[in-house]
Design a protein around this ligand. Structure first.
Ligand code: CP3
Length: 339
């Protein structure tokens, strides 16, 4: 059915002729074509809510960079909004929530979202599937409940996430209530993405690294596990928990196909932990793409030598940085594809 579905094969542990590659945050950030499309919307939120524009930038990296998968252009923060906490995206600063979770009433007021509340994402997926015309699979995504909870409590990004962590220490039962509502909303949303055509799902736990192993198990992995249980019978699921080196052993029992790794993790050690039970994804340092082409080529070769060609999806260890040169990104992708 697909002209190129090696990423699905790699995720399922089937044999592939070469290593598949895509890049976190490939839809946006580095492409002039993205900025041109974005300038047609009033602001980021209007852009995300416009299925035609979202479809355009979803397909751009496939056309321009030659990646083996598209990822739907959206944001993890659409879930808090659908649950009753709207956000703004402030230029050069990032997300900002006017209302945050503080009290029991705040948590009680949160609604459990369903896919219908996010019909603009569903529509963007349907349009993107049409535009991709089975060239490559489409990745759907959501934030992990802990990361979403962090934004809902902090109201923005943070260096320490001390407000969100304070919540865990002072109101643990209430934190679980909120996390459960976020999890149920996320499962409804991701099932909607799959019904609309998403071929695989990635869960981003961007702020995993601020918790210690015990709290991570209790307040994050428990809920990621519920998402994996609900989604993995439908499509391959990837869990990317940034800075969660301490949780890798625990992640073995998740019902997911692929584990995303950040650049602090040694490929050999990850293979030893997961054996042949999971596909590994990652883990180049996004800053490596600032290097000259000779270095980039060496790094691409090293990645493939370290992870092996099977059960591996080449990617970065976190999203692309906005000032990365598009030509070097393309060069890196070509290096992976030639090996
Ligand atoms: O991977 C892709 O290209 C698909 C689109 C995507 C976006 N955000 C678009 C976006 C994805 C997968 C995300 C996920 C996301 N959003 C995460 C998890 C991944 C990670 O990086 O850790 C997080 C934490 C967010 C929250 C968020 N959205 C922040 C902190 C910001 C501001 C800073 C920035 O540029 O990342 C955003 C805005 C955002 N989301 C942009 C894009 C392309 C830039 C906005 C712009 O065009 O001005």
């Amino acid at each position: 059915m697909y002209k190129n579905d090696i990423i699905l094969k790699a995720a399922k542990g089937e044999a592939v002729e070469r290593v598949p590659v895509w890049l976190m945050r490939q839809a946006g950030r580095i492409l002039p074509e993205y900025r041109a499309t974005r300038s047609r919307a009033k602001n980021f939120i209007e852009f995300v809510k416009n299925p035609e524009l979202a479809c355009e930038v979803t397909v751009q990296p496939v056309d321009i960079l030659g990646v083996d998968a598209a990822i739907i252009f959206s944001d993890i923060l659409v879930i808090p909004e659908a649950m009753g906490l709207p956000y703004q995206m402030i230029e050069a600063k990032g997300p900002y929530f006017e209302n945050t979770l503080v009290t029991e009433q705040d948590v009680a007021k949160l609604r459990i979202a369903d896919a219908g509340d996010l019909d603009y994402v569903i529509r963007a997926i349907q349009l993107s599937k049409k535009a991709l015309d089975n060239r490559v699979p489409l990745i759907g995504f959501a934030g992990a409940p802990w990361t979403i909870f962090s934004y809902m409590v902090e109201g923005s990004g943070s260096k320490t996430f001390s407000k969100a962590k304070k919540f865990l220490y002072t109101q643990p039962a209430l934190a679980h209530q909120a996390l459960e509502k976020i999890t149920l909303s996320t499962i409804n949303y991701l099932k909607g993405q799959v019904a609309a055509g998403a071929d695989m799902i990635q869960v981003f736990d961007s702020w995993a690294g601020v918790l210690g192993p015990e709290q991570y198990r209790e307040f994050s992995l428990k809920y990621i596990s519920m998402i994996c249980d609900a989604l993995s019978p439908l499509v391959p699921v990837t869990v990317f928990a940034k800075d969660a080196h301490f949780a890798l052993h625990d992640m073995k029992s998740l019902k997911c196909n692929t584990i995303g790794l950040d650049w602090t993790i040694n490929p050999g050690e990850a293979r030893t932990i997961f054996g042949n039970t999971k596909t590994l994804q990652g883990n180049a340092d996004p800053c490596m793409l600032y290097a000259d082409t000779k270095t980039i080529e060496q790094e691409a070769k090293k990645m493939i030598a370290a992870f092996g060609k099977q059960r591996y999806i080449a990617n970065l260890g976190h999203g692309l940085y906005p000032d990365t040169d598009k030509e070097r990104v393309k060069f890196f992708i070509d290096c992976i594809k030639q090996n």
